[in-house]
Design a protein around this ligand. Structure first.
Ligand SMILES: *Cc1c(COP(=O)(O)O)cnc(C)c1O
Length: 375
């Protein structure tokens, strides 16, 4: 068995003919920058996301940065962000001389704890950036209520949850990333919709705001050589757009394959008392960018990881150092975030991807059980 965290090769083999021919077409056309495939993909993704404006860009970090640049914020304005997330979410806030204000996450769902948001809102708070971590949505209905009450923008970091569905209490459903003012995503190869290099996009409800995002991503111009605002250079390569245009057709299948694999893990792991399987909130489904376990304190995570590794099983920790303990983000007031601190010591993500087999999953779980029985 050759178990991988993500099997990009196996996934590629199944769509090789389509992908190869689309890439070859771009090369033949030499339209490497802003070729027609970029707009075609943006249109198709827009359709998939119920018609929202899609603005492609170079990667998911840029998408977050451009989104924040488009909101007309001032240096020192505060942006609320979960402390248990990938660094990019906080990094762009600090980079723009805005103030990242961390909030702890929900102990079971691992997304931003909505009950702690109002406590930290000040007159400088301008934005909330929920992260749909591991593949399930944050509690968007509560977040949108708070945003409305305090007149805040909402930027959804959807890098790990493209394709997930959020359910409102009235039964209405909406795609992750299309609920707030701007949704951002990443097409990093291992993401649920990944290209063969870097890529990203913004989902923008308001047409004028979408235009602004598009301008910022293109040096602040909408007419060539007329730079109305300060922007940056952030483009989705045409070759990447061509790859994504093929893979978008399979996104729902990919989500289902991950959900099927998660179901198998759930079944195999649910009776192990020292391990908590992922829990899904009732307002969202889960597209399992990660399948993340919560280990009891009595399990030595390092030893478990080593044991799995000896058996050819990779595993990962997302994330081992909480943002507030990262050198770049440490503040002197010594804030503490107990849930995130605990998660950083007790989460473990198992291999999950579109190609994983039941046989591989049974081997992974039996290896975990063997390890625990030796304890
Ligand atoms: C991957 C990721 C990003 C960054 O995306 P890049 O394309 O690597 O820049 C941002 N936020 C989250 C939550 C991510 O998982």
């Amino acid at each position: 068995m050759n178990i991988q965290m993500v099997d990009l090769k196996g996934q590629y083999e199944k769509i090789k003919r389509e992908i190869d021919s689309e890439i070859q077409n771009v090369i033949d056309s030499t339209a490497f920058i802003n070729g027609p495939k970029v707009q075609e993909f943006a249109n198709n993704l827009s359709k998939y996301l119920d018609g929202i404006n899609v603005v492609p860009c170079a990667n998911g970090t840029d998408a977050l940065q451009i989104a924040l640049m488009a909101l007309g914020l001032q240096p020192g304005d505060e942006v609320i962000v979960p402390v248990h997330t990938y660094v990019a979410t906080a990094e762009v806030i600090a980079l723009l001389q805005l103030e990242p204000v961390f909030v702890d996450v929900h102990p079971i769902y691992f997304t931003i704890d909505v009950n702690q948001i109002e406590n930290i809102i000040t007159s400088n708070t301008k934005v909330i950036v929920p992260v749909h971590l591991y593949g399930q949505c944050a509690d968007m209905e509560s977040i949108m209520k708070i945003a409305k009450k305090y007149n805040l923008f909402v930027v959804e970091d959807t890098a790990q949850a493209i394709g997930a569905d959020y359910s409102f209490s009235n039964g209405a459903k909406q795609k992750a990333g299309t609920i707030g003012d701007i949704g951002t995503t990443s097409f990093f190869p291992s993401k649920n919709l990944g290209c063969y290099g870097d890529g990203g996009a913004m989902f923008v409800k308001d047409n004028d705001l979408a235009k602004k995002c598009k301008m910022i991503a293109n040096h602040g111009q909408s007419i060539k050589y007329h730079h109305d605002i300060i922007g940056c250079n952030s483009r989705l390569d045409t070759i990447q757009a061509a790859v994504l245009n093929v893979k978008l057709k399979y996104l729902d299948n990919y989500c289902e394959a991950r959900q099927d694999a998660a179901k198998i893990y759930d079944e195999l792991l649910k009776d192990i008392s020292k391990i908590e399987i992922p829990q899904v909130a009732n307002y969202t489904n889960h597209v399992y960018h990660q399948y993340t376990l919560l280990l009891a304190d009595s399990i030595n995570r390092n030893e478990l990881q080593d044991y799995l590794k000896e058996n050819g099983i990779p595993s990962m920790i997302y994330y081992p150092v909480p943002l507030h303990n990262q050198k770049a983000y440490i503040k002197t007031d010594g804030e503490s975030f107990p849930v995130t601190e605990k998660l950083s010591e007790s989460v473990l993500s198992l291999p999950i991807h579109t190609e994983i087999t039941r046989e591989e999953q049974e081997f992974i779980v039996s290896s975990i059980i063997t390890f625990l029985s030796k304890q």
